[in-house]
Design a protein around this ligand. Structure first.
Ligand code: SF4
Length: 544
C-alpha cells in the first residue's frame, strides 16, 4: 500500500480565486487523491486549477475524461478504495453522469466523494438552465450551495467530511456568476490524503436487488441526520427582525449577495433566512414563517425552495418568488431584479453613453477549419430539396448561423448521430450528422454503433480539430487521426470511411467525397481534419 503523501507547505493563506478555483483549492487542501472532469462552461476552471497544481506538486491525480459519466465512475472507484475524489461538471453534464450518480447514493461511499456542479442560469453557454439541486434531492443526498468564493472553499472542504460521515456523494452547486468571479479566499490548513482501504463489506457495493433494497433503506435512515445537520449548520442563518407580522426574505446561494447589497435601504429591515445546505432547514423556515406575514424567496435557478415552502408552510402565508410571478420565471437573478422584488427603486449606477454599435453575432474564428467543412457540405448537398443536417455541441454549432446556415439541430452531446438515424429511418434522404472529435468520443460512438447495426442511410461528418476548442483547447482524449480506424472498427465499410484535410484548397475534394457518400445507401463516415486555429496559436506560443 503506497504511503499517504503529505500536503505541500508552506503556501499562502489568502488567495484571490475564482469560485471554480476555490472549489479546486479546497479539494486539494482536503486531501483529495484524484479529480476528474469533462470540460464544460462554467465548470472547466475547476479541473484546470487542479491540473496546474498537480503539474507543480505531483498531486493529486487529475485527468480529463471521455465524458461526465466516465469521470464520475472513475471518481467513484477512488472513493471505493477509501480515498477522496472530486468530480466536476456543468449542469447538463450531470444528466450524462446521472446513472452512476443516483446509484452511488446508496453504495457505502468510502473516501469522500464531492460532485462539483456549475449551473448556468440564463444559459450563457448552455442549452438549458436546469437546477442541480433537484438532482441532489432526487438522489436523496446533501447539496451545499455557496453564496461566495469563501463559502465555495469552506463548503467544498466540509462536503468531503459530510460524504464520509453519511457514506454518500455530496453535491456542491455553483452558478456561473460565482464560478467565474474572483474574491479573496482564506484557506485552512491542508490535510493529507486518506490511506487506501478497500470496502469492509463487499455487498455494500454490489447493487443486486437484495443488497440495493437494504442499502436504499440505509440511505432513508440517514435522511433525518442530514436534515438535523442542515438545521444546525452555520450556513443557514436566521435573522428575525422587529415584531411579528412583517416581511421575510429567504435567500439561497449567490442571491444572498444581491440581497445584502440592498437590504440597508429597507426600513424596516425584513427578517431573513439564508439557506446554504439541502435538505433545506425546515424548522428554521417554519420559525421564519411564524414570525412574518409574507416571504420573498430569492434563489438562482428554478423555484426549488419556493416549491418546497408550499409543502412546509400554512397555506395562509403569502409566498412570493418565481412561481408567484414576483420574480422572472427564467434567467439568472441580478441586483436590480432583487431590488424590484424588494420594492426598491432601480439602483443609480454610473450612466454610460450608449453608442450605436452594429450587432455582432458570434462567429467562427477567421480561418477556422469548420468553415471549410461547411463550405464543402453546402456544395455536396446542393440540389437536394429535403436534405437534413443534424449537429452537435461545439464551436461548429455556430454553423447554424449565417453565413453558413449549415446545420439544423443541437440538442445534447452526441445527439446528432442518433437523430440522423431516426430521420433516415423515418424516410428522409439525405441525412448528414455533423459532430466534433471530442463530442464524438463523449457520446457519438454508441449511436454510430446503432447506425452500423441497422445499416442506416446516414453520413457522419466528424470535424477533427484535435482539441476541445469551445472550452479552451483542452486536449481531445485520444490522439487525432484515430477516427477513421475507429469508424472501421465499429463496422463502417473501409471504402466508406474517408479522412480528408479541412482546408480552403480541399473544399472541392471534400465536397466530392461527401456527395459520393451521401449517395451511398448505408453508413459512411468522413473525417475532416485540421487543427483549431486558436489551439495552433497557443501551441506555437508555448513552444517559443
Ligand atoms: S476556437 Fe478553433 S474550432 Fe473554435 S471557432 Fe476558433 S478556430 Fe474554430
Amino acid at each position: 500500500m503506497p504511503p499517504a503523501v503529505a500536503a505541500e507547505k508552506p503556501r499562502a493563506q489568502e488567495m484571490v480565486l475564482l469560485g471554480d478555483e476555490a472549489v479546486a483549492r479546497a479539494a486539494i487542501d482536503a486531501g483529495v487523491s484524484a479529480a476528474y472532469a469533462y470540460p464544460g462552461t462554467p465548470a472547466t476552471e475547476i479541473l484546470e486549477y487542479v491540473l496546474r497544481h498537480s503539474g507543480r506538486f505531483g498531486r493529486p491525480h487529475a485527468a480529463w475524461c471521455a465524458n461526465e459519466k466516465t469521470a464520475y465512475e472513475e471518481a467513484l472507484g477512488v472513493s471505493m478504495v477509501g480515498r477522496r475524489a472530486l468530480v466536476c461538471m456543468k449542469h447538463v453534464g450531470l444528466n450524462v453522469a446521472a446513472d452512476p450518480f443516483i446509484n452511488s447514493a446508496i453504495v457505502a461511499i468510502g473516501g469522500g466523494l464531492v460532485v462539483a456542479v456549475a449551473d448556468d442560469p440564463s444559459m450563457h453557454s448552455s442549452q438549458n438552465e436546469q437546477d442541480s439541486r433537484f438532482y441532489a434531492d432526487f438522489a436523496r443526498v446533501m447539496c451545499l450551495e455557496p453564496a461566495d468564493q469563501q463559502q465555495a472553499y469552506d463548503m467544498t472542504r466540509e462536503a468531503f467530511d459530510i460524504s464520509e460521515r453519511f457514506g454518500i456523494p455530496v453535491v456542491v452547486r455553483l452558478v456561473t456568476r460565482l464560478a467565474h468571479s474572483r474574491a479573496v479566499v482564506r484557506a485552512a490548513e491542508a490535510r493529507s490524503e486518506n490511506a487506501l482501504a478497500k470496502p469492509a463489506a463487499r455487498d455494500s457495493w454490489v447493487l443486486l436487488p437484495s443488497n440495493a433494497r437494504r442499502l436504499w433503506k440505509r440511505l432513508l435512515e440517514v435522511q433525518p441526520q442530514m436534515r438535523e445537520l442542515s438545521e444546525s449548520s452555520d450556513h443557514n442563518r436566521l435573522d428575525l427582525r422587529g415584531k411579528s407580522g412583517g416581511a421575510g426574505v429567504i435567500t439561497a446561494g449567490i442571491a444572498r449577495t444581491y440581497f445584502e447589497e440592498s437590504v440597508s435601504e429597507l426600513d424596516p429591515r425584513p427578517s431573513h433566512l439564508h439557506v446554504g445546505t439541502y435538505p433545506a432547514p425546515a424548522d428554521k423556515i417554519r420559525q421564519l414563517a411564524r414570525h412574518v406575514r409574507r416571504i420573498l424567496v430569492l434563489e438562482d435557478g428554478y423555484p426549488f425552495l419556493e416549491r418546497q415552502l408550499l409543502g412546509i408552510l400554512a397555506p395562509a402565508l403569502e409566498i412570493h418568488g418565481r412561481m408567484s410571478g414576483h420574480l422572472p420565471a427564467a434567467g439568472e437573478l441580478d441586483p436590480d431584479i432583487v431590488r424590484r422584488a424588494l420594492s426598491l427603486p432601480r439602483s443609480e449606477g454610473a450612466s454610460l453613453p450608449h453608442p450605436r454599435l452594429p450587432a455582432r453575432p458570434p462567429q467562427l474564428c477567421a480561418g477556422c477549419p469548420h468553415g471549410d467543412s461547411f463550405a464543402a457540405l453546402a456544395k455536396a448537398l446542393s440540389g437536394y430539396e429535403h436534405a437534413l443536417v443534424t449537429s452537435d455541441i461545439g464551436c461548429y454549432t455556430l454553423g447554424a448561423l449565417p453565413p453558413y446556415s449549415a446545420i439544423e439541430s443541437c440538442v445534447c452531446m452526441g445527439a446528432s448521430i442518433g437523430m440522423a438515424k431516426g430521420a433516415a429511418e423515418a424516410g428522409l434522404f439525405p441525412v448528414v450528422a455533423v459532430i466534433g472529435d471530442s463530442t464524438f468520443l463523449h457520446s457519438g460512438v454508441t449511436p454510430l454503433m446503432d447506425v452500423v447495426a441497422a445499416g442506416a442511410d446516414v453520413t457522419v461528418l466528424i470535424l477533427d480539430n484535435e482539441v476541445v476548442a469551445m472550452t479552451g483547447a483542452q486536449p481531445t482524449l485520444l490522439p487525432t487521426g484515430r477516427f477513421g480506424a475507429m469508424a472501421q472498427a465499429l463496422g463502417v465499410a473501409p471504402e466508406h470511411v474517408h479522412v480528408i484535410e479541412a482546408h480552403p484548397r480541399r473544399v472541392d475534394d471534400m465536397a466530392a467525397v461527401l456527395r459520393r457518400e451521401i449517395e451511398h445507401h448505408g453508413p459512411s463516415v468522413v473525417v475532416a481534419t485540421r487543427e483549431c486555429i486558436e489551439a495552433a496559436k497557443r501551441r506555437k506560443a508555448a513552444a517559443r
